[in-house]
Ligand binder design. Structure first.
Ligand code: MCN
Length: 799
């Protein structure tokens, strides 16, 4: 089923919230009217290029920039010593959580330009600023660097086992941290008493985000006022302002960070990088605007990759196939230095989701973070939660096979029961609401499960191998209570701020501290505010992504915008309505308690006297007849700090046919049933699921960053890194169930990452189901034809 989008003019104002109206941002994006960072042209603008390490790990013996400095058109060359006094550290480690259970974190020095050592291919060594972009890039080739190569490794297990070089003096054995969660003793007992156990060794491979628009920044310094404007590809301009202000030593209130149109982020534009900070620093130093745009190959080497886990996991069951214990040991790749959220991803965003949709009485997980010679690793769509969901759902399928129970039935019997919510897991989080059986029931119906098993049997007799794979995922998103961020030791809150301003003419501007970059906030936020104020949707304009327009904000990541930003907009709208109610009551000579508000009208109950909110807005600016002591104007600001995360969930089912002769996999069907609470815009929700599933299928079948033994990236271009094309993605059936979030005013849960979290294990489980007759129970991702063929043939040889 695909949802048809509606013209907003055809939707009654009362139904605007929850309608599948078409995205208002698409015409400008599709007609080339959008303005991306690289489109910005400023008078006298210079161009910056970055000289990056060729090696995965090396001492720098010498950097000679003299030839580059003499080239025509080169304005300046900077190396470590030129910026060391001004730029303290490139990672903006302000936000790195060092609290709860992460006391063991070993932070390491991270200079803006490498000092005497480079630790990954792409580590920045020098920047060249020139009148022309091409001259700047040519001049980086004229900077002469002498290296002394060191042992390198991209593999966290090798780095921890001492098979690679030591990266940092302050992190012995390349250990960044040791972390654990759950009850080790109780879990050991569960395994001692188990009737069945299964174990799984897996690699959740390193992925590169591949946003359509590479990272870019333009900085413009105004010496008279000391104001520094930075336009950049950012998912969270306010956090970038905070971190950049610390890193380059510029007062926060004189730093403006604006995200123009941003062509996707998928996590990689959350973090603070040296590159954008260097643009700002150089513009300030030279007192001329400076632009830097990453080349695609540069992005492959420097955009923070995600995932990168090596895990051993075990599941314990009783003789009735009830899950009794889960034990996990993970080595997480953190890359060469700590990125902004790096330690939080394989710990708080991973370990806390290991209960999945199941009532598991004993869980224990340990995670060791490893420094390796790849770029700093951080969040990639899903961030920690796909890794958790993948291993839980792979174990659920293996557990069912071991216990001799159908995989759908195994899941159903182990679900957290509907009456157990709010449900306290054994791994710290409390699920807000859920009805896990419902999406599963819809998915089974959509694939006609019983009939499928019959077809599968018949097909096997004909030498054809069909398989079905389930993924019953859970996600924690809507990041989230500031108190919790504090307990984790983060130096930032996790609220969201908003401002709703009625103009005298009757239109409204809604400002929010989030920063959409493809998610359609201009549409959905306008739906929320129009609904609250009872005014036409077209009359609401949405502004985000600019620290000058909205003073504070926390940005867009962790599928938080609808749940946290949307709720902040509800709060501001409601405050505004309360002020308007008092003005209306005053002008209608009634008690505010007797004035009802509905459909944009304030009416005195039991009478025919009323005033529209637009008229009140106009009156509030005229201020001729206001209640005593009331200020003129009609706008309201609020900060919303949620009580908990939100916990979307669902069941995805992949149906595939595998050719054991060639190892090729073909989709027969893909069904996604998601519960994201109330939906603001079902068409946008569907689009988010489609995009997310495509990325999840990318991980299952095609994608992965591959490094050689010297930590040289072998997949450094679009020819080598296999992003799926549209022809690789099956038609999907998307359905939903609705279990509202009980603790935010919209009842919404996030959707931005759900598809990516759900899809990989649905596909892997489908392939291993198809290959059951061959005794294959696991194939590593990406499941290339070669890997599938090898799994079949290795098993055949073993037999
Ligand atoms: N929405 C809705 N009803 C709900 C939940 C959400 O209508 N119950 C709408 C929201 O109003 C919003 C969209 O769906 O328009 C996504 O909302 P939400 O789940 O809150 O996620 P965010 O807006 O915070 O987006 C972040 C999320 C993340 S973490 C990644 S990564 C990601 C993603 O969104 N990167 C994307 N989706 C992406 N989509 C595009 N096009 N490009 C990216 O880089």
């Amino acid at each position: 089923m695909s949802i048809d989008s509606l013209d907003p003019d055809d939707v009654d104002a009362a139904d605007i919230l929850g309608s599948a109206i078409e995205r208002r941002e698409d015409p400008s994006l599709l007609t080339g009217d959008a303005e991306y960072t690289d489109d910005i042209q400023l008078p006298e603008m210079l161009h910056m290029a970055i000289l990056r390490s060729q090696h995965g790990h090396a001492e720098i013996e010498d950097v000679d920039a003299s030839a580059a400095e003499e080239m025509d058109g080169v304005v300046a060359v900077y190396t470590h010593d030129d910026v060391a006094d001004e730029a303290v550290s490139r990672d903006g480690s302000l936000l790195i959580p060092t609290g709860w259970l992460l006391e063991s974190l070993r932070q390491v020095d991270h200079p803006v330009l490498a000092k005497d050592r480079v630790r990954y291919q792409g580590d920045a060594i020098a920047v060249v600023v020139a009148e022309d972009r091409y001259v700047a890039h040519d001049a980086t080739n004229a900077v002469d660097v002498s290296y002394d190569r060191l042992d390198a490794s991209a593999d966290p297990a090798a780095a921890l086992d001492g098979e690679a070089g030591q990266l940092h003096d302050d992190a012995e054995g390349n250990v960044a941290f040791d972390w654990e969660i759950g009850d080790e003793e109780r879990t050991a007992e569960a395994f001692d008493d188990a009737a069945h156990t299964v174990s799984l060794e897996l690699e959740n491979q390193l992925l590169i985000a591949n946003a359509m628009e590479p990272r870019a920044a333009v900085a413009d310094y105004h010496p008279g006022s000391d104001e520094l404007d930075v336009f950049m590809t950012s998912q969270n301009p306010h956090l970038h302002r905070l971190l950049m202000s610390g890193v380059i030593g510029h007062p926060e209130h004189k730093l403006r960070v604006k995200a123009p149109d941003v062509g996707g982020g998928f996590g990689c534009k959350i973090h603070h990088y040296a590159d954008e900070a260097l643009v700002a620093l150089v513009a300030r130093d030279l007192e001329r605007p400076v632009k830097w745009t990453s080349r695609r190959t540069e992005g492959y080497k420097t955009d923070a990759p995600g995932r990168g886990h090596i895990t051993t996991a075990e599941l314990a069951m009783d003789d009735d196939a009830n899950i009794t214990g889960l034990r996990v040991d993970t080595k997480a790749n953190l890359g060469a230095y700590l990125s902004t959220f790096a330690p939080a991803v394989p710990t708080y965003l991973y370990g806390t989701l290991l209960s999945g949709q199941y009532d598991i009485p004993a869980i224990h997980a340990s995670v060791t973070g490893a420094y390796t010679n790849v770029p700093p690793v951080d969040a990639y769509r899903g961030a920690g939660r796909p890794e958790a969901s993948f291993l839980v759902e792979r174990l659920a399928s293996l557990g069912a096979r071991e216990a001799g129970v159908d995989p759908a039935e195994f899941r159903q019997k182990n679900f957290v029961p509907d009456d157990a919510f709010p449900y306290q897991t054994q791994v710290a989080v409390e699920y807000d609401s859920g009805e896990y059986g419902k999406p599963m029931a819809k998915a089974l119906e959509a694939v006609d499960y019983d009939a499928f098993r019959e077809r599968q049997k018949e097909a096997r007799e004909e030498g054809r191998y069909l398989g079905i794979g389930f993924s019953c995922y859970i996600e924690a998103c809507g990041l989230a209570p500031s108190e919790l961020a504090g307990q984790l030791g983060a130096q930032a809150g996790l609220w969201e701020s908003s401002l709703v301003r009625f103009h005298p003419s009757g239109t409204v501007t809604a400002f929010c501290g989030t920063s959409g970059h493809g998610q359609g906030h201009g549409t959905t936020y306008a739906q929320i505010v129009a609904n609250e104020l009872g005014i036409p949707y077209e009359d609401v304009e949405v502004v985000e992504g600019d620290t000058d327009e909205i003073p504070q904000g926390m940005g867009t990541y962790g599928s938080r915008s609808a749940a946290v930003g949307g709720s902040a907009l509800v709060k501001s709208s409601q405050k505004l309505v309360e002020k308007a109610r008092e003005i209306a009551a005053h002008q209608l000579e009634a008690d505010p308690a007797d004035v009802e508000f509905a459909g944009g009208e304030f009416a005195v109950s039991g009478t025919d006297r009323s005033l529209g909110i637009k008229e009140i807005a106009q009156q509030s600016y005229l201020a001729h007849d206001m209640p005593d002591d009331m200020e003129p104007g009609l706008e309201a600001t609020s900060f919303y700090d949620p009580d908990n995360f939100v916990f979307p969930f669902g069941t995805h089912v992949a149906v595939v046919e595998v050719d054991p002769e060639s190892g090729e996999i073909e989709f027969e069907n893909y069904v996604a049933v998601d519960d994201v609470g109330n939906q603001i815009n079902p068409k946008i929700v569907e689009g988010q699921i489609h995009g997310g599933v495509a990325q999840g299928i990318g991980q299952a079948l095609y994608e992965g960053a591959v490094y050689d033994d010297n930590a040289q990236l072998l997949t450094g271009s679009m020819q080598d890194y296999a992003v799926p094309k549209s022809l690789h993605i099956p038609d999907m059936e998307t359905e939903s169930t609705v279990t509202p979030c009980p603790h935010n005013p919209l009842g919404v849960k996030g959707v931005g990452e759900a598809g990516t979290i759900a899809a990989p294990q649905a596909v892997v489980n489908a392939v291993t189901d198809a290959l059951e007759p061959f005794g294959v129970d696991t194939v590593e991702m990406p499941m290339t034809a070669e890997r599938v063929w090898t799994a079949v043939n290795e098993q055949a040889t073993a037999d």
